[in-house]
Ligand binder design. Sequence first.
Ligand SMILES: C[S@@+](CC[C@H](N)C(=O)[O-])C[C@H]1O[C@@H](n2cnc3c(N)ncnc32)[C@H](O)[C@@H]1O
Length: 230
Amino acid sequence: MSTAALDRDAYERIAPRYDLVSTVMTLGLGDRWRRAAAGAADLSAGQRALDAYSGTGDLALMLADRVTPRGEVVGMDHSPGMIARARLKSRAPQRQCRFEVGDCTRMPFPDDHFDGATASGGLRSLEDPSVGIRELVRVVRPGGRVVVLEITPPERLRRIHARVLRVAMPLASGLLGGDPQAFSHIAGTVHHVPAPAAMAALMTAAGLGDVRWRRFAGGMATLHHGVVRP
Ligand SMILES: C[S@@+](CC[C@H](N)C(=O)[O-])C[C@H]1O[C@@H](n2cnc3c(N)ncnc32)[C@H](O)[C@@H]1O
């Protein structure tokens, strides 16, 4: 099976428990980091936003709070199970998003289509994150922001972090309803995330200017953003 197919399969299997798993992996801080990502996209009412690798849609809904009702938010993910969960959350009339199943490395949108885009937790699933970044840059208009949020191994504790996840994830899988393979796949991807300076270099090479980053909770998560160059 290809890396993308393995990943999609893992998220399909975990979709009903994803929100709980995400809360455990982020020690309950995930929504705070997603809110910071929504703010970093710098969108205003009436604009058009993309949340790529949208999963169960929480960040897309935060973008909707900023741009709708006049604006538009699309959430895209390759797992139909994750998108089904996201669609359930977007039923409230004031939080309208369109959730679509699709590959975020090859999106069906024209160039410069969105005013800004976010990607939380998705680039680490890719064999080459720069492919994903280039695609985000392609669909955002010049001057718009691209925001990348990733769970990251704390800088000085990289090895211990890997070991803790290796032990904690099978344990969590036992407690949360079991699927050790899917859980360890998802935990393992955290160590594919480039270090902050390397991620910034990839973003710059992909066509973003003024790339900055900010770390949360001693480096447990890192938020990067940049502006699409004309
Ligand atoms: C860790 S989850 C993050 C979900 C959500 N953004 C969040 O903040 O909780 C990563 C998501 O990326 C999706 N994904 C991975 N590779 C993808 C690809 N090539 N195209 C679309 N979605 C992808 C997975 O299905 C999964 O839902």
